[in-house]
Design a binder for this molecule. Structure first.
Ligand SMILES: [Zn+2]
Length: 450
């Protein structure tokens, strides 16, 4: 099937050395890939068959679909939830009083509904790939398949999935977590670019040496882990007190620092640990709004980027608005350094538009993140009529101070050449019906929280 997006402003994405902005051009999609990106002049001479399906791009900014490199779809039904006695004074208490109460109450129905709602809202924000970190300790087995079905089948988005293994709920649930990860990994087809798999780990402070040794022994070669690292300072303190080493050294000891490993947060690791991360080629994912909301610290962005570490961007389950998250990366660095020039557009573009696609490529084997021949046709169409001149040199200004600040949503979203949102409506799922059902499932979920 061939489709042609015509008109509007096409931003090809990627890093700032290679991107182009084409006004009133066209994107020709053949099957799941981009066949050609055409300027206005090239449109008239390129052979386009009359059967091609035409998509009106006028009045739209057409750009690569966004990627969320660390999220928790299971948090989607927590919005507005009352929590009697909630008064945390540390990050560990936030986990104990909120997230570990919620995840224990999840059942198969709420796992599926959380994923469906989270994926739906991500799609509205232009997200085409979600890298999820799932937990449901009383509904472990089959949970990854349920999340995958919601993302891949119900919505039509790409995703990489894992179950966050932990010792916090005892050995029976821990063992279920190991089996759930392994079974999902073994069923994952490496040639299928809609879905990928990692081995999920909660965090160093909730994992015994016995558990890490088991993971080290059973994780397949070439597969990475997805783990929270030093999100709260307690994680590092516990590691040194209990294990006599720092977290990154502990992960290295178990051979879990890998090129496909995602280390989320890394707020409290020291300079030596950053060197070890750089040496290993592992991925670090920054989640500024979550970090600010949990009051856990500020990410040393320059320290990671200067070492050549692949720094990606995630939301940590706090929504999926990647452009708003990117805006926050900038303002957090500015306020924390007292330097209004901190986190320039080049670094911001690198993180979301070059590194996140690189991460998705590593985990899913998908060539994504640019609108260019041969790339997957993962494309977001934002209704955006620029009130000022726009070109490849200032497009970040439009994305951050236009789309992000004004919270604009997509009216079109294409994944692997197929429309997920068309003319402002979901093609695969009834949005109003899903929200209505979700409210019922959420009410039951909240009633189970103790
Ligand atoms: Zn997280």
């Amino acid at each position: 099937m061939k489709r042609l997006i015509e008109g509007g402003w096409i931003w090809t994405g990627g890093d700032h050395d290679r991107d182009r902005l084409i006004e009133d051009g066209a994107v020709l999609i053949t099957g799941e890939r981009v066949e050609a990106v055409l300027t206005r002049e090239e449109r008239s001479s390129y052979p386009i068959s009359p059967e091609v399906e035409r998509i009106d791009g006028s009045g739209k900014l057409i750009m690569p679909g966004l990627i969320n490199a660390h999220t928790h779809l299971y948090s989607s039904l927590a919005r507005g939830m009352a929590l009697p006695g909630f008064a945390p004074t540390s990050f560990t208490q936030i986990l104990e009083q909120l997230w570990w109460r919620l995840d224990k109450a999840l059942d198969p129905e709420s796992v599926k509904m959380s994923a469906r709602v989270g994926a739906m809202e991500a799609a509205r924000c232009g997200v085409t790939t979600l890298i999820d970190h799932h937990a449901s300790p009383h509904a472990v087995r089959g949970s990854l398949r349920a999340v995958q079905q919601a993302v891949n089948d119900d919505l039509g988005l790409r995703g990489a999935f894992c179950y966050e293994l932990s010792d916090r709920d005892g050995t029976v649930i821990r063992d279920e977590g190991i089996e759930e990860n392994l079974e999902f990994l073994s069923s994952d087809d490496p040639k299928e670019t809609m879905s990928g798999a990692l081995f999920g780990l909660h965090a160093s402070f909730t994992l015994s040496d016995d558990s890490l040794a088991t993971v080290a022994e059973r994780i397949p070669d070439g597969i990475g882990v997805h783990i929270h690292v030093a999100e709260g300072s307690e994680d590092e303190e516990q590691c040194q007190a209990e294990h006599g080493m720092r977290i990154i050294e502990r992960l290295r000891k178990f051979n879990l620092l890998r090129e496909r490993s995602i280390l989320a947060h890394c707020l409290h690791i020291n300079e030596k640990e950053k060197d070890l991360v750089a040496e290993s080629g592992a991925i670090v994912v920054h989640n500024p709004r979550s970090n600010m909301n949990n009051a856990v610290g500020v990410f040393d962005m320059d320290g990671f980027l200067h070492r050549g570490i692949t720094v990606g961007l995630g939301t940590d389950g706090l929504g999926a608005n990647m452009l708003a998250e990117l805006f926050t990366v900038g303002i957090l660095q500015k306020v924390s350094t007292g330097n209004s020039l901190a986190a320039g557009f080049g670094d911001l573009q690198q993180i979301l538009f070059a590194n996140n696609p690189r991460i998705a490529g590593r985990l899913l084997g998908a060539k994504v993140g640019r609108i260019a021949p041969g790339y997957q046709a993962d494309i977001a169409l934002f209704d955006y009529n620029p009130p000022t001149p726009i070109d490849a040199g200032n497009v970040l200004g439009h994305l951050l101070f236009g789309i992000a600040v004004h919270d604009l949503h997509v009216s079109g979203l294409i994944v692997a050449g197929r429309s997920v949102i068309d003319g402002g409506h979901f093609t695969n799922i009834d949005e109003d019906k899903t929200y209505s059902e979700a409210r019922k499932v959420a009410a039951k979920l909240w009633a189970r929280i103790s």
